[in-house]
Design a protein around this ligand. Sequence first.
Ligand SMILES: [Zn+2]
Length: 289
Amino acid sequence: MSVNTGYEEERKLWLWLGEHLIDKRDTARFEDYKSAVRSALFNEAERLVAKAGQKVPPVNPEIVAKERKVIEIERVPLETDALIVPCRNGFMMKINNKLPLVRQRFACAHEIGHTYFFDIAKNPPEKPYQHSTARYGLEEGLCYDIGRRILMPSWMMREWMENAEPPYIKVFKDMMFSFLVSGELLSYRIQDFGTWDVLMLIFESSGGAILLYKVLKSGDRMGNVDVARRGLKVTDPVLHAMLSRAFRGELVQEENVKLRIGNLEREIAHFGASYIGSYPPRVVAILVL
Ligand SMILES: [Zn+2]
């Protein structure tokens, strides 16, 4: 498939989504049109949570799913995390029963995202377009975003986010448990929010070494901060010692520590780290520069 065809197919999908979601039909500046559709889709997903009567965390995605015509949810052994199948009067959802609970919850929320890519006025719901790799990639990406917003709507997160103070790590952990989400998922939402000026580094432990797994930045001041790539081994003894404590289950909070990781070498005003579980075991470190 040529690049152009992929672009055209993506464009058609954006136009179809826009028809259902926004009034504005100005597509001359297509990037603006796309962001308008994207925001409308995310707002719609967040409204859905309120409509389903979910007022406080943890959101129950199975109740939210009903608002999108998911009439039955089955937990079964699956090769994949979850899937939806259109059926008479809506959708059947299947969730892999071997997944840990937190991941089942996200799989369910992610599948709710897929319902937005069907015409649910039809019975059974129908895809408005043929399957293609370009559209599938775009749809998947948006479903991850929608899934995160269903489990952590902005209106539910706001109070936590606003009342938190550096080094943030305790609030981070409280939110993880209250919202019943993985630390990685929460990090992405904190990045969306952008109200904390922080670097969020996720580390893995492998064969005695501590490796950088992911770098997420939140806030305006982090734009130019260059850290390191995934897989980088932690060699700085100070950082290694703090992360080891976190891997052992300690909530680590330090002030004015000088440390080095990849291209970042400086004094960190606030450093917080906590074990966040998952497999392989992970630790999140929140750095306020
Ligand atoms: Zn998917």
